[in-house]
Design a protein around this ligand. Sequence first.
Ligand SMILES: *[C@@H]1O[C@H](CO)[C@@H](O)[C@H](O)[C@H]1NC(C)=O
Ligand SMILES: *[C@@H]1O[C@H](CO)[C@@H](O)[C@H](O)[C@H]1NC(C)=O
Ligand SMILES: *[C@@H]1O[C@H](CO)[C@@H](O)[C@H](O)[C@H]1NC(C)=O
Ligand SMILES: *[C@@H]1O[C@H](CO)[C@@H](O)[C@H](O)[C@H]1NC(C)=O
Ligand SMILES: *[C@@H]1O[C@H](CO)[C@@H](O)[C@H](O)[C@H]1NC(C)=O
Length: 770
Amino acid sequence: MKSAVGKIFNAMLLLLAFITAVSTVSADKQTYIVHMDKTKITDTYNSLVDSKPWHQAVLDSLADVSSQEELEATPPELLYSYETAFSGFAAKLSGKQLELLKKMDGFVSAVPNKMLSLHTTRSPLFLGLQGKKGLWGSSDILSDVIIGVVDSGIWPEHVSFRDHGLPPVPKRWRGACEKGTRFSPSNCNRKLIGARYFYGGNLASGGSINGTEEYLSARDASGHGTHTASTAAGDVVEHANLYGLANGSAAGMRYTARIAAYKVCWPGCSSVDILMAIVKAIEDGVDVLTLSLGSTTAAEPYYQDYLAIASYYAVKRGIFVAFSAGNSGPGDYTAVNTAPWIMTVAASTMDRSFPAIVKLGNGQTFEGSYLYTTGKTLKSLPIVYGKSAGASGAEYCGPGSLNPKLVKGKLVICEQGVVRQTEMGLGVKQAGGAGMLIMTPLGEDPPTAVHVLPAAMLGALASEAVLKYVNTTKGPTASIVFKATTYGSRAPKVATFSSRGPNLAGPDVIKPDVTAPGVNILAAWPAETSPSTLKSDKRRVLFNIMSGTSMSCPHVSGIAALIKSKHKDWSPAAIKSALMTTAYTMDNRGKPIEDLAIDDLASPFAFGSGHVDPIKASNPGLIYDITAEDYLLYLCSLKYNESQISLFEDGFECPKKATMQPGDLNYPSFAVNFDLKAQNVTFTYKRTVTNVGIPRSTYKVSVELETPEEVYVIVKPKVLSFKKLNEKLSYKVSFIGPSRKKMAASASAGSLVWVSGNYRVRSSIAVTWL
Ligand SMILES: *[C@@H]1O[C@H](CO)[C@@H](O)[C@H](O)[C@H]1NC(C)=O
Ligand SMILES: *[C@@H]1O[C@H](CO)[C@@H](O)[C@H](O)[C@H]1NC(C)=O
Ligand SMILES: *[C@@H]1O[C@H](CO)[C@@H](O)[C@H](O)[C@H]1NC(C)=O
Ligand SMILES: *[C@@H]1O[C@H](CO)[C@@H](O)[C@H](O)[C@H]1NC(C)=O
Ligand SMILES: *[C@@H]1O[C@H](CO)[C@@H](O)[C@H](O)[C@H]1NC(C)=O
């Protein structure tokens, strides 16, 4: 794809919806997650419940030896001892200490800490959830599903986290409401039932926590965690809006679920802290984990990715885990958090917009979007291009870059690029500008931010036209009309920023898995954080509008909680299967869902199986189930060696003779990779479906491909006849490549659907030639 522009765009979006990590790792020491083999624990420290003394002793021995050799060696501090999910610890080690540790009996691996970033309401209605109907009306909604939100904390007093009408905290809950700065156990209630915070890894990796900007507690200073938590499980709040925009009833997807907040972002998030938070959440007893954060670089092998490893532990214990795919799109291979046991969520638009009508002096009119006081009009004003109104870089309109003499009272054109959107507005305002027009290099319907002055955001086509007009016109002018919220626009469309597959870490699994609303999402906001997150902005709001896969992920987590309360015995893989096989690929105009980055049809690498449909997902007909052992066998098929597998499961031995190919994982979609040079290649994969619909039912298969002349698909058998519920039946599907690659297409998309009555159990197919 258009990679140069894409890169600039990526940089911009990271700054828009993410809070980027700022940290400097001290040169000589680094923080590691160290995995130990529990079976090698020495008798002295052997205890069934507590391997911490062993971990401490290991570190002490390193200090003893190393201090003889290194003059300034300090004993390594034990940051965390991980015990329940696996045996290991986090510590800051010098190169020398790491070398010594590697030679010790029981050492398995050491993975350096990684600093990650946050992937920064109409949505229930858009998803078909409303009133007391359907899923929201079922009596199951009172059951006790607990959603763990691993994020930047929470604002406990927010009206979205009231607990009226909720029964007591479930007895099985073992979590805690930890005391800290402006946070006490009394801040928890029957809605917010747990709050913990983890910062050791962040500090050890050179991050700092500024007491005047951050609370050393689970209290949320950034707003991100409050926003995501309320999207997943916030209570119903009537007339929620931002400056009158998006006015309506705000509610989490599973508004009666309990919330447990695990704060790990300050604002940078350390993998050492996230691992500890996930381990604690497993012990505490959450049912669903939602994480809107991740790496901003490409996906790594799962044995190097502690987010994947920790998620495996959670999934093995029956916890559904959803992650955001990242905001690094639209380039290929940008999706992160791609392990097959994780639900990886892309972001798309809803049918709601906040139109800003920009009228140029020559009469041309364009529709952009805005987030500012509604109903305002900016009368016709002279336009000045930031680029010609300041020093080099002034086109990005950063604070201090614009010349007030040239900008005062004018409408300033700014280019989206290296400066955070709200900072651009601040730059224009400080220079005396009257308004701002933001130009986008790539993609339509770009998400906007809450600005400190009247501003409109334009898509790539409009931006080009405006720049051309300004270039070729003497005394260019424009006016902006900020219209009320409108509904009914064509949707969903995949957002340009949403990270894309294929999946670098496991190409045999399509990622992302699904898409959900992630553009202009209204949700709860802390009482002491401005909607622009600028410190100089003194405005305060109860609800704020944000965009990112950070916002789509908690939608899916909340919906998973809904499914879980209806089907208490379903495994995480079964819930995931239900959400994927019932996802839709047609938009509200009955046309295939589009991708805003290319202004064309979205591919499975943009939206996976499609857009989630909670109602359909609650009754999918068939499910593709996967056990924890299946995942381990899958890792074996990826040729992971013994020590790499042991990170997931101590002592697990791969079968001597391979039992499966990676494509045989019982995944609810198919990624088929042909080598461009190989001829007459056939891939045959096995799948097993479980009947959860009607006891006696017959399913017939139907396969569709964009380019059927290039790949033949054969399914055996073509009919599956079930006699009872929970019966499992298997089928094989063969993808037969051409004898010679005829066309230029490098990819083809399609579907394999099992149909019975009203059930349509759809698997996405993505064929790639590499
Ligand atoms: C902490 O934040 C305050 C307010 O933004 C700032 O003035 C101060 O310099 C910061 N302190 C450190 C140590 O960075
Ligand atoms: C939101 O809508 C409600 C009901 O339609 C109305 O009473 C209220 O004034 C609206 N609020 C804003 C800020 O527009
Ligand atoms: C505007 O003019 C500059 C040079 O004066 C050129 O680099 C740029 O491409 C032009 N932009 C458009 C949109 O025509
Ligand atoms: C597994 O592979 C890693 C990386 O290549 C290597 O360091 C390690 O020693 C291997 N372990 C085994 C048991 O072969
Ligand atoms: C591929 O199959 C075609 C038709 O069956 C055959 O003519 C051709 O020789 C085969 N090519 C290779 C490389 O096996």
